[in-house]
Design a protein around this ligand. Structure first.
Ligand code: BGC
Length: 701
């Protein structure tokens, strides 16, 4: 690359480290930065633009209000987008936030969180795309593609195994090569292939004893050598521990004030320069680091399409967020078709969840605040690095207001739900009750269990005991337990539904939208069903050096673990109801290598709706093995039949052979199941496959 060749060592050094650009912990915002997560200054003489870097996956963040009053449009949580099982939703969301970022002057987004939901208590699951590598990788990849379509470079993060927040700086994920390659790494691999992110962010945690941002095995051997990734590796903020990280695969050290504060130096500044001046190996690495960064900047169009501050059509952005939320609503229960709400219902009581104010969002670096401000913010206090950021934020889209607008002929009253007895007494006089239940989750903290906080289980129980027509709407970070389930008439999982969340909830409850979301995670019936009934290291320090044994479940994350253990979850992966019904016929194997399968889907109900038929592997030669192989999201009119063809990624039929560093399909019989969820398989097929071995193909062009 010509530009790279001309750069002096000093000039290259300036490319490979960047400061945080938010006024937290007493740090100043660097000159020239717009203000957000990070900043790398321009090189005006060489014509290299600055990197203006913002968080992240759910929209343009404004940490510590560094750009006074400058909000952005929050997408629903990553889990909500994943629940749509619609790659277009992920792409459109990415495109929308990419466009907002670009219009505010940013050219890098720290998006693409694709860590698998190995533990339902992980405080950041809401940012990610669920527990399955194919689903998560596909959705994250599309999200990244959408962002980069706007000439905003996206990361994918946090590479790798950053699957719990407890001890997030010190924990070591203990897992063997094969299990990792078939699970978390596969999610990254699929997302990188689809999305071609300019950068990969390495995580805070350790993997098999070595910090992810110092892990040559992961960064060099897997990502760059085995997968042929040509972009650059960006450290998480404050995750570089020494200058050697450069030799182990990190290309840019970010959040440098944190490294200086935590570890005493900015390693990729003077220390790296000194090494490069003395040691040809370091000098060559520095050139490669700088070249990789510049290459991605050219690739995504940062040179040709510099951001221009442009007015943003927030109404159009909100419509994108609302559509995503609507496709992500998962109807979990609907006794006697109590939903959609019909016009005979005159008196509705809405309870709890601050539904009069808005919809809940998740906390941490992904937090977005709308241009008009928050609907409600409650500071929760607490200790730790993130304690000042411990604020529960409700976006302004009020479900109560939206319900009133959708049902002008009904009398709708609100009770805040603080006193269960009072809510229950009011419930007795209503035709129907809708309880909003919330569970807040935040980066850097895991939840202790899956109980709804603040006595909400008691509230729901009391209300549902008083009125059989009780509908529960869940605004949660992920799975929660539901001890009151059998008493309720309906339950709808709304996740953190983002800027148009209230409207999306109201439109789904009233049937303007036929729910079509499916769970991207398993809802356990009991914590004892999990590979680790307790969160390892819970309550300990952020940098506690603990080992977390992921070899227990290995690659069998989520539903695969439940299938292996033959235990029944509360709700399985892939589950979700509709206001209509679908049936599947004619499951056929069309082709063996690569495997192509076809079937038909018929809408047997009375309403138009979208379905998500899912194809699973259930058995391989010599063993039972559950894996999602493919799916389709299709809309059908009542009575309509459509044929669906799915091509299976051969890696999903293979085992990763750690010795050969490649994939092997064993010769023999494979069992396939087609169904409505991971556990409701309605058609089976067997196919005999030939032995096949192959290595990874390049993930980046
Ligand atoms: C988070 C990253 C984030 C970065 C910059 C870190 O604490 O782990 O996901 O992008 O901060 O805000």
């Amino acid at each position: 690359m010509l530009l790279q060749k001309d750069l002096t060592l000093e000039e290259q050094i300036r490319r490979v480290h960047g400061e945080m650009a938010m006024p937290i912990l007493g740090f100043a915002v660097p000159q020239g930065a717009i203000g957000s997560a990070g900043f790398v200054p321009a090189d005006v003489a060489r014509g290299i633009p600055a990197l203006q870097i913002t968080d992240a996956s759910l929209g343009v963040a404004n940490p510590a209000n560094v750009r006074p009053g400058d909000g952005g449009t929050p997408l629903p949580s990553g889990l909500s987008s994943a629940a749509s099982w619609n790659p277009e939703v992920a792409y459109d969301g990415g495109k929308m936030i990419g466009q907002e970022a670009w219009s505010k002057g940013f050219n890098v987004m720290l998006a693409g969180g694709v860590n698998l939901a190995r533990d339902p208590r992980n405080g950041r699951n809401f940012e990610y795309f669920g527990e399955d590598p194919l689903l998560a990788g596909t959705m994250a990849g599309e999200n990244i593609k959408g962002i980069q379509s706007q000439h905003v470079l996206s990361t994918i993060k946090h590479f790798a195994m950053n699957d719990q927040e407890t001890a997030r700086m010190g924990m070591s994920a203990v897992i063997d090569d094969r299990a990792m390659s078939e699970s978390d790494l596969l999610a990254f691999q699929i997302a990188i292939e689809r999305g071609q992110p300019g950068a990969v962010m390495c995580g805070y945690n350790r993997v098999n004893g070595t910090h992810a941002c110092d892990n040559a095995e992961l960064l060099q051997r897997v990502l760059k050598d085995r997968w042929g990734y040509r972009g650059f590796v960006m450290s998480d903020w404050g995750s570089v521990h020494g200058v050697e990280a450069a030799m182990h695969g990190v290309d840019i050290e970010m959040g440098t004030q944190l490294d200086k504060w935590l570890f005493g130096d900015v390693f990729f500044d003077r220390p790296l320069l000194a090494k490069a001046e003395q040691d040809p190996a370091y000098q060559a690495r520095l050139a490669e680091m700088s070249q990789r960064i510049l290459r991605s900047m050219f690739d995504v169009g940062l040179f040709e399409h510099p951001p221009v501050k442009t007015p943003i059509d927030y109404a159009a952005s909100k419509a994108v967020a609302q559509r995503a939320a609507e496709e992500g609503m998962v109807l979990l229960r609907n006794e006697n078709s109590v939903l959609p709400l019909n016009s005979s219902i005159k008196k509705i009581l809405v309870v709890g969840g601050n539904a009069d104010k808005g919809v809940l969002s998740g906390g941490g670096s992904s937090q977005v605040v709308e241009p008009e401000g928050v609907g409600l913010a409650i500071h929760t206090g607490g200790e730790g690095q993130f304690s000042t950021l411990r604020e529960m934020v409700w976006h302004r889209s009020s479900p109560l207001k939206a319900l009133k607008a959708e049902l002008p002929d009904a009398t709708i009253t609100f009770n805040d739900g603080r006193h269960p007895g009072e809510a229950a007494a009011l419930a007795k006089n209503a035709d129907l009750v809708i309880v909003f239940a919330t569970q807040w989750m935040m980066e850097s903290y895991d939840t202790y269990d899956l109980e709804l906080p603040d006595g909400q289980n008691g509230l729901i129980d009391a209300v549902a005991s008083a009125n059989g027509k009780t509908i529960v709407v869940l605004e949660t970070g992920g799975a929660v337990s539901m001890p009151w389930l059998s008493k309720t008439a309906a339950v709808m999982q709304a996740w953190y539904p983002g800027a148009g969340g209230g409207e999306a909830i109201a439109r789904t409850l009233t049937g303007k939208v036929n729910p079509s979301g499916r769970l991207p995670i398993t809802f356990p019936a009991d914590l004892k069903q999990l590979p680790r009934p307790e969160v390892p290291g819970f309550g300990g320090a952020e940098n506690a050096r603990i080992d977390v044994d992921y070899n227990i479940e290995g690659a069998d994350v989520g539903y695969k673990w439940f299938a292996r253990k033959k235990t029944n979850p509360l709700f399985p992966f892939g589950y979700g109801l509709s206001y209509t019904q679908f049936k599947y016929d004619d499951l056929k194997v069309e082709q063996m290598a690569p495997l192509v399968v076809s079937f038909t889907v018929t809408n047997t109900g009375k309403l138009t709706g979208k379905d998500v038929p899912q194809l699973y592997l259930t058995g391989m030669p010599g063993r039972a093995q559950h894996r999602l192989l493919g799916w389709s999201k299709i809309e059908l009119q009542p009575g309509e039949t459509r044929s669906v063809t799915l091509k299976v990624d051969t890696r999903l039929l293979a085992d990763f052979d750690a010795k050969a560093q490649g994939w092997t399909v064993a010769r023999g019989p494979y069992a396939l199941g087609l169904g409505h969820s991971a556990t409701e398989l309605v058609a089976q097929q067997h196919v005999a496959l030939q032995k096949q071995s192959f290595s990874d193909v390049a993930v980046s062009h």
